[in-house]
Design a protein around this ligand. Structure first.
Ligand code: CU
Length: 121
């Protein structure tokens, strides 16, 4: 019995199984619309977020330096943004327009100007 061939067959077989598992996972999960936002003194990046009305979105925040807040009052959503952690907000914009979001946790002398725009079309 040739062990080399058996081993190769095993590797090919397990590769196909692996690809199949990845594909079925990818196609069975609903696609998430994730927007990654980085907060640092004293800005959000990006500071302009574009979403589609009626399409669920997830905003995922990280802070590069200190504790921040994200507040989007027109949609009544907010979260703390803790350094070293990911904060996620899920929401579906139900109205179109341009809305302001801002940091609502005092983070230093530029805090008052830490804001951005959400544009829903
Ligand atoms: Cu702030």
């Amino acid at each position: 019995m040739d062990m080399k061939i058996d081993r190769r067959k095993f590797l090919i077989g397990s590769s196909i199984l692996g690809i199949g598992a990845i594909c079925s996972f990818a196609f069975s999960e609903p696609e998430e619309n994730v927007i990654f936002v980085i907060a640092k003194k004293f800005e959000f990046s990006p500071n302009e977020i574009h979403l589609k009305m009626g399409v669920p979105a997830i905003l995922e925040f990280t802070s590069l330096d200190t504790l921040m807040g994200f507040n989007l009052p027109d949609f009544k959503v907010r979260t703390d943004i803790v350094p070293g952690m990911k904060s996620r907000l899920s929401f579906t914009p139900d109205k179109a327009g341009t809305f302001t979001f801002y940091c609502d946790i005092f983070c230093g002398s530029g805090h008052e100007d830490m804001n951005g725009l959400l544009i829903v079309s």
